[in-house]
Design a protein around this ligand. Structure first.
Ligand code: PEP
Ligand code: MG
Length: 756
């Protein structure tokens, strides 16, 4: 082991002493005091101090050997103030032979530090966040060796454990909280509605390193090399596997590059050379890159550091043999799952009954995991920066999937407020449940069909819970999106059959595969497109790859044997596309009949109206189809030329603007005129104000997410449809250029006592 310039017992002895100090049954202050004495003695320093980051972002002197004792819990520095503040800010070590000559030096008279000239400090890091700073000082102007800095970094790892445990809170100055345990209000993207209160379960638990100091440095080098080799081999195997395609393959390829990156490997080896175990070395290097990642504003750099972080995690699991993911079976009650990112299938492995919420660092509202979380009714917030670095296993946490707020370690009054919110929501849900069997009839006797959108087996129980009339949109692509590989026809058939069986006496409207755009299948070759939303997607893929579409149609027809079967095609832009799709469907009818398969009793073929061009082919369209379903999510994005998933533009245009409402009215009117059933299955149908406007325009069938059925039905029961129709038509006749009629519709509802 390389020795430090002035370490009488060497780092190993120091570490043993520190471990003993950690285990002693004394209070936190006594423990910390012992640690600074040991460190100073072992490293032949006159001063050793520990500064701890407080919730108010001040670094407070928590223990010292050498500086004035009275300064403990009195001296504080802002982040960025003095050398200690600079280390906290940059999360990088600093070693100076003449500290007082440094421009950042800040003199704190109460500490009596003016007699010390040399200074070395290291950040105490966890999850990339600075929890504190560890400093040693000497009177003489001495130059500290790199090894000494490394030893301090190792001690900082121990201190990070101690601070993260929350033990130091007991000795904090009354009225102050230490940063790591402080309550934090974070924000992200709302992904699945509802409020959940519970305790953090890390989907990828932090690796617990029980041994930091190496007994045998050469042996640790061998362990490190072996683990790197195994990890590389695993990555190669995954890349060689032909089912690995698309984005996942790209990620693995960048992992492979990093796993061979000389700089990274050198840093790992150097860390082991300082006398720590292989796993401690990986963690130290990982902390360093995570800290840099959090502080970097360069997008490219962040991505690269992120990959390195991911790779380090794999290596840590390899070295310790600890499982990469939490065991879904051992989930405690009231679990709030926290993950950097997570696949939809992984979420399905957890016991839904115990999950109260989900918080993700990376996934956005359009991700697969978000879709599944919504289907399971798990309150979810995504895009919460560094959440996995901020929370500890078992921390109290609140998720508000409606507003996108996440409260970590909430104060009592915050928790009480959210409990109340959750109670109110539950009461409202209770009221909606009581409406389950009440027919959706307006005050003037108009019946509105309320249907449910679904896409997975887990959605089906909602049908009964909500009293939805049927499934008005079954998004078949979800099965494809959560599967590890392309589902064979038999698998598709099984899913469609289960859906039909779950709704024995009502029709289900299946939509054929709607992929492309934002919906990417990881196992399918993707083509770079400048504008994927305007690209090769949905029915366009189906018509270009007719075998794919025919196999899906076959699975649907077999599942619908003896029943009414409704199939619709997404993203049709001209009626000729419908003709082609219909021809394929008829070929399948012929094929199945020829092979003696029982056929659906009644086959209805329809079109999703999502492309504005169809607005100008309504006569031709209605003459051909058995039904039309408006996909308002896409129709509105194309009508306004505003990407539905781009937060900067998505909210610029209101679906209740006069042009949008006029387009919708045109569709409803043409449906009534030609006797073609017209439904709407986009998100707007599930929002009470929008749904109110739609009923007034003449829509008599709405399909929505299950949680919307209750609120929309409550609105319908209080609505006079004919009265609002007159009112709304009057508003639409105005040519005042209003951006939205929402305020007017809201005012109408309020005046009429319609709950929204
Ligand atoms: C729509 O576009 O409104 C729709 C229902 O389809 P999706 O949201 O799946 O694109
Ligand atoms: Mg759509």
């Amino acid at each position: 082991m390389p020795s430090t310039r002035a370490a009488p017992g060497g780092p190993r002895l120091l570490m043993r002493r520190l471990r003993e100090a950690m285990a002693e049954p004394v209070n936190a202050q006594a423990r910390l005091d012992k640690i600074v004495v040991q460190v100073a003695a072992n490293m032949v320093a006159e001063v050793c101090s520990v500064y701890v980051m407080r919730a108010d972002s001040r670094l407070e002197l928590f223990a010292t050997e050498g500086l004035a004792r009275e300064a403990v819990h009195q001296t504080t520095l802002r982040v960025g103030e003095g050398l200690v503040g600079l280390i906290a800010e940059t999360a990088e070590p600093l070693a100076l032979a003449d500290a007082q000559a440094h421009p950042s030096f800040s003199y704190k008279p109460e500490t009596g530090e003016e007699i010390y000239h040399s200074f070395v400090g290291v950040p105490i890091l966890r999850g990339g966040n600075t929890l504190g700073v560890l400093v040693i000082q000497n009177r003489t102007k001495r130059t500290y060796t790199e090894e000494e800095v490394e030893v301090l970094e190792t001690i900082a790892m121990l201190l990070a454990e101690m601070i993260a445990s929350g033990e130091l809170q007991s000795i904090a100055r009354p009225g102050t909280a230490i940063a790591v345990r402080r309550p934090q209000a974070l924000g992200g993207s709302p992904m699945s509605e509802g409020v959940g209160l519970g305790y953090v379960v890390l989907h990828e638990p932090r690796v617990i390193i029980s041994k930091i100091i190496a007994e045998d440095v050469a042996g640790e080098q061998v362990r490190l090399d072996a683990a790197i080799e195994t990890m590389r081999a695993n990555i190669d195997t995954l890349i060689d596997d032909e089912t690995t395609t698309g984005e996942y393959r790209e990620v693995l390829e960048s992992f492979r590059l990093f796993a061979n990156d000389r700089g990274w490997l050198r840093r790992l080896r150097e860390a082991v050379n300082t006398g720590i175990t292989a796993e401690a070395a990986v963690e130290r290097v990982q902390e360093d890159s995570r800290a840099r990642m959090l502080r970097s504003t360069d997008h490219y750099m962040r991505e690269r550091l992120h990959d390195l972080d991911e790779l380090a995690s794999r290596l840590l699991h390899q070295l310790t043999g600890q499982s990469m993911v939490a065991s879904p079976e051992s989930l405690p009650d009231n679990a709030i799952l926290v993950a950097r990112t997570m696949g939809a299938a992984a979420l399905l492995d957890y016991d839904r009954k115990k999950l109260r919420g989900l918080v993700l660092e990376e996934a956005g509202p359009a991700s697969h995991v978000a879709i599944v979380a919504r289907a399971l009714g798990i309150p979810t917030v995504g895009e919460v920066e560094n959440i996995t670095g901020i929370v500890e296993q078992g921390d109290a946490i609140i998720v508000d999937g409606t507003t996108g707020e996440v409260q970590v370690r909430p104060a009592a009054d915050i928790e009480a407020a959210y409990r109340e919110k959750a109670r109110l929501r539950a009461r409202r849900q209770e009221q909606y449940r009581s409406l389950r069997d009440v027919p959706a009839l307006t005050k003037d006797g108009v019946s509105v069909g309320l249907h449910m959108n679904a896409g997975l087996l887990v959605d089906l129980p909602h049908l009964d819970e909500t009293g939805a009339e049927s499934i008005g949109l079954f998004r078949t692509e979800l099965q494809f999106m959560v599967a590890p590989q392309f589902p064979r026809t038999e698998k598709q058939y099984q899913l469609y059959k289960s859906v039909m069986d779950a709704v024995p006496d009502k029709p289900v409207t299946f939509r054929t595969l709607d992929i492309g755009g934002d919906k990417i299948l990881p196992y399918m070759t993707t083509y770079e497109e400048e504008n994927p939303a305007l690209g090769w997607r949905a029915i366009r893929i189906g018509l270009d790859r007719p075998a794919l579409l025919r196999l899906q149609l076959r699975a649907m027809m077999r599942a619908g044997a003896g029943r009414e079967l409704r199939i619709m095609f997404p993203m049709v832009a001209n009626v000729g596309e419908f003709d082609q799709a219909k021809e394929l469907a008829l070929k399948e009818v012929e094929h199945l009949t020829r092979h003696g398969h029982p056929m659906p009793r009644d086959l209805k073929l329809g079109v999703m109206l999502e492309v504005p061009a169809l607005l100008f082919q309504l006569d031709e369209l209605m003459a051909r189809v058995d039904f039309v379903s408006v996909g308002s999510n896409d129709l509105m994005q194309y009508l306004n030329a505003a990407d539905r998933d781009n937060r900067r533009v998505a909210n610029r245009f209101d679906v209740l603007s006069p042009p949008a409402l006029r387009a919708l009215k045109k569709i409803a009117d043409k449906g009534a005129e030609t006797g073609t059933p017209v439904a709407l299955c986009g998100e707007m149908g599930g929002r009470p104000v929008e749904a109110m406007g739609l009923v007034a325009l003449g829509f008599r069938s709405l399909s929505m997410s299950p949680s919307s059925i209750g609120p929309v039905k409550a609105m319908i029961l209080k609505l006079d449809a004919a009265h609002l129709r007159d009112h709304l038509c009057g508003l639409l006749a105005h040519k005042d250029g209003a951006a939205s009629l929402r305020p007017k519709l809201q005012a109408y509802a309020e005046a009429k006592g319609i709950p929204l």
